[in-house]
Design a binder for this molecule. Structure first.
Ligand code: DUC
Ligand code: ZN
Ligand code: ZN
Length: 472
């Protein structure tokens, strides 16, 4: 065996990165891309990718796995089933959230979350923090320490009673982020408006799942998005507005960009492929399967989100996977009971379907280039969350996290997915592509038909400062 033999060579690939598309072989050793070029030397194993596109593995910068919940709700996916599902859908890095309960230290939230992940992950992972209790100790000691230790991004909420921050608290968190070079992700919905509307709907007997969207109209997202932008402007620190659902929030972000503000934005598959109609009719409880926040809007808003993706308004495209079973005792339809929309856990599964949905309906339908696809699903998340260039690209020295795409007809069915959730909101959608192979650290974890477990081989990644902006 020659000294220079690679562990694996992928030959004749049409490699797409966020900036270029080129023909190359990919030589992999010890889980890392060691060489790119034509006619590379031998590999112990070889894969011929002739005629197929190879992209970096996806970086899903917004997903919720095994996140502690107020009972009886329980997330259906943990680090085992969530990363299994991610891998089979082409995602090789996940960044879920270590959530601080009010009164809890951030460190204990992080310690608990490491225990939940330990020995389970099939692909690499990092943690965002959710800051729900920004006490002086959290702001001046815990956050700076954790940021320096590799937790360089955190999500804050403007809604949900157990998580929401008031404007003063948001300013404190943004100020800490600025001083410590961290990135704040903002869930922008106006809590008081939602509560007021919810009570009014309940008083009128309107509690079916479809009224979830009536309790969270676009106005509540628009107002909170506007306020988050103003707070970020006041501190002069970039923020990332997560799960942007439609026209009104898009307009706020466009306005901010036009005024030179560094506002990053994320959208998710549910705002391209689901609509308020999927929440059902007045007497249709199955719509609970699509209850998430912000809610899916109408078809016109789907087009707004597509256009915003095309024109470059969005920085990242994430799943916001927050999966609950429909059946059973701890999900959307607990013990078969039709609970009011207020009590339906918010969130839908989407880790496995995120990449194929956008590749098929975005790239293959000509809405976005394959390079834009890579930027949105992988490169920009790696940059935003301090993992680039180890993650998010195909380059010498990067981890060999790769997807070889199969352009074939496939109809999404929950039975073919690998999460532990008993439904997919995308059931029946016909696609023209699916990952034909996913490699994590140079190892095949999905071959288009079979999943190859790597339990516990997924590594925890410490995140550097975000590299979306030049360093000051
Ligand atoms: N909304 C969130 O804010 N998080 C998880 C899922 C959801 O629908
Ligand atoms: Zn959110
Ligand atoms: Zn979320």
């Amino acid at each position: 065996m020659s000294e220079t033999q690679f562990d694996l060579v992928i030959r004749n690939a049409r490699v797409a990165t966020a900036s270029d598309t080129f023909m190359s072989d990919i030589g992999i050793r010890d889980g890392v891309i060691e060489q790119l070029g034509r006619n590379l030397g031998e590999g112990k194993k070889e894969i011929d990718a002739a005629g197929r596109t190879v992209t970096p593995g996806g970086v899903d910068g917004h997903c919720h796995l095994d996140q502690p919940m107020p009972p009886p709700a329980r997330m259906s996916d943990n680090f085992d089933t969530g990363t299994r599902s991610a891998a089979c859908g082409g995602t090789t890095t996940v960044i879920p959230f270590a959530v601080q309960e009010k009164g809890q230290s951030l460190q204990s939230a992080v310690d608990d979350y490491h225990q939940r992940a330990a020995g389970r992950a099939h692909v690499d992972y990092a943690f965002h923090l959710i800051v729900s209790d920004p006490t002086p100790d959290v702001l001046t000691r815990e956050l700076p320490k954790l940021i320096a230790q590799g937790y360089s991004s955190f999500k804050i909420y403007m809604t949900y009673d157990d998580l929401k921050l008031n404007d003063g608290e948001i300013l404190d968190v943004l100020d800490t982020a600025k001083k410590n070079n961290a990135l704040v992700m903002v869930h922008a919905e106006n809590a008081d408006c939602i509560e007021w509307l919810t009570k009014r709907l309940e008083a009128a007997g309107h509690t079916a799942p479809r009224f979830h969207s009536h309790s969270r109209p676009m106005l509540v997202e628009r107002e909170a998005t506007h306020r988050a932008i103003a707070l970020s402007e006041l501190i002069d620190v970039p923020i990332l507005i997560v799960h942007v659902s439609g026209r009104e929030a898009v307009e706020q972000i466009r306005w901010a960009r036009g005024h030179g503000l560094n506002i990053f934005a994320e959208t998710c598959p549910q705002y391209l492929f689901l609509s308020a109609e999927d929440l059902g009719g007045d007497h249709d409880y199955a719509g609970a399967k699509c209850v998430c926040s912000p809610p899916p809007r109408d078809k016109g808003n789907q087009e707004v989100i597509w256009n915003a993706l095309t024109e470059g308004l969005f920085t990242v495209f994430s799943s916001d996977h927050a999966a609950f079973n429909y059946g059973g005792t701890d999900g959307k339809h607990p013990e078969g009971e039709e609970v009011g929309f207020r009590y339906i856990p918010n969130g839908i599964p989407g880790l496995e379907t995120r990449m194929p949905l956008l590749y098929s309906e975005g790239v293959l339908k000509g809405r976005i280039t394959v390079n834009k696809f890579v930027e949105l699903t992988s490169t920009n998340a790696a940059k935003a969350y301090g993992l680039h260039p180890r993650k998010g690209t195909v380059a010498i020295g990067a981890d060999a996290d790769l997807v070889i795409w199969d352009e074939r007809e496939i109809t999404i069915q929950n039975t073919m997915l690998h999460h532990a959730t008993d439904y997919t909101p995308y059931e029946g959608i016909a696609l023209k592509a699916w990952p034909g192979m996913t490699l994590s650290a140079g190892q095949i974890v999905w071959d288009g038909e079979n999943f190859f477990p790597r339990s516990g081989q997924g590594r925890f990644l410490q995140c550097d400062a975000p590299s979306l902006l030049p360093k000051k």
